[in-house]
Design a binder for this molecule. Structure first.
Ligand code: PHB
Length: 394
């Protein structure tokens, strides 16, 4: 006999864990499965910028007690081009901010909170498919770490299993999604060094883009634009520092030992469907954005806030309206975030093979933004995040 739960969640990333946390506050039971181990989830280095609304949800619902104490509030970013930095002031333009608090720290907090609440959270359980998606009793089928069959029947199945997850197939079938690939990637490093800047620097240089980010007083995260097929191990540390330094003219980087390197592909994707019957997609399972707008995890949180409300109405009040409206409501924010991520990406990265005209036009675009109050305000509004609808009451 398969086990039964109200909501079966595939994927213990930020989307899946936050959803189970919010559902629990409504007294709705869920099971969360993930093929990875707890250690893998807690140690994978991902992005680090949280919108103000994301921080309010994490702090306000008790999902993370550390985000405000240990995260770093940033009230602006710098756009750097033609050898000069231009600050976009979030506090002054929109009265909002973002927090630098790495995703794996969010995950540690969420996992600790779920386990303390007695959540059925199963690591090492690989979902292989979803059955009976079109019915009101869908089922997750998979196996545990020992190879034993696992079946979980649910009122609703949620795919929070990322861009390579299995739930998407059950929802979109062959219809797939809207997709765009970019002809460049980011070379990311983590290094042991003091911060080179108190705020993030997004730099468009003639040699390509670079982003100077931080992790802590001792550890820094930086990226530079590279070809998608770049081998992360091919360059020496000295070569990497030389490349990075050349990409932020006018700033002197503080160098240190590089202890992690990775290459991040750039893609935009939105699934054509986010729901089929009682099976729903959230987060990266439903959409991917390139990292330039720092929207990935924040968009997942926005999906989940909406879905938690919709599931409360469906499963407690037996009111299907919010659940039926969920894909369309979520899609509106998703496409705004797609546009912002695409816009930041294209404004800041010289395209391979770009002409002199293209380059000069790009500088004209950047100048249009930094010399205009409206430009500052749009960037600040989008970067710090549009208001979240359906915020759960405490
Ligand atoms: C990061 O710190 O990893 C980071 C920050 C901002 C971005 C992307 C990544 O836009």
């Amino acid at each position: 006999m398969p086990a039964h739960t109200r909501v079966a969640v595939v994927g213990a990333g930020p989307a899946g864990l936050l959803l189970s946390h919010l559902l629990d506050r409504y007294g709705i039971e869920s099971v969360v499965v993930d093929s990875r181990s707890r250690e893998q989830i807690e140690t994978t280095i991902r992005a680090g910028i949280l919108e103000q609304g994301t921080v309010e949800i994490l702090d306000g619902t008790g999902a993370s007690r550390r985000v405000l104490a240990e995260g770093h509030k940033h009230e602006g970013i710098e756009l750097r081009f033609a050898g000069e930095g231009h600050r976009i002031d979030f506090a002054e333009t929109v009265g909002r901010a973002v927090w630098l608090y790495p995703q794996h720290e969010v995950l540690k907090d969420l996992i600790a909170a779920r386990l303390a609440a007695g959540q059925d959270l199963r690591f090492g359980v690989t979902a292989t498919r979803v059955e009976d998606a079109g019915t009101d009793r869908p089922r997750v089928v998979g196996k545990d770490a020992e190879g034993n069959a696992v079946e979980i029947d649910a009122d609703v199945v949620v795919g929070a299993d990322g861009s390579r997850g299995v739930v998407r197939e059950a929802v979109t079938g062959a219809r797939g999604g809207f997709f765009r690939e970019y002809p460049f990637a980011w070379f990311g490093i983590l290094c042991e060094a003091p911060p080179s800047s108190q705020e993030l620097i997004y730099s468009n240089s003639p040699d390509g883009f670079a982003l100077i980010s931080q992790r802590s007083p001792e550890i820094q995260r930086m990226y530079f634009q590279c070809a998608p097929d770049t081998d992360p191990e091919a360059a020496t540390d000295e070569q990497l520092w030389e490349t990075l330094q050349a990409r932020v003219p006018g700033t002197t980087l503080r160098e240190g030992r590089i202890f992690q390197r990775d290459v991040l592909r750039f893609r935009s994707f939105v699934a054509r469907e986010m729901r089929r019957g009682r099976v729903v997609l959230v987060g990266d399972a439903a959409h991917t954005v390139p990292p330039t707008g720092a929207k990935g995890m924040n968009l997942a949180v926005a999906d989940v806030v909406l879905l938690a409300e919709a599931l409360r109405a469906l499963l407690i009040d037996r009111d299907e309206r919010l659940f039926d409206a969920f894909p369309e409501t979520a899609r509106q924010r998703i496409w705004k975030a797609q546009h912002f991520s695409w816009w930041m990406t294209n404004m800041l990265h010289p395209q391979p093979g770009a002409s002199e005209f293209d380059h000069m036009r790009q500088l004209g675009e950047l100048r249009t933004v930094v010399e205009s109050q409206a430009g500052h305000t749009y960037l600040a509004e989008a970067y710090t995040g549009w208001p979240l609808s359906g915020l759960p009451a405490d």
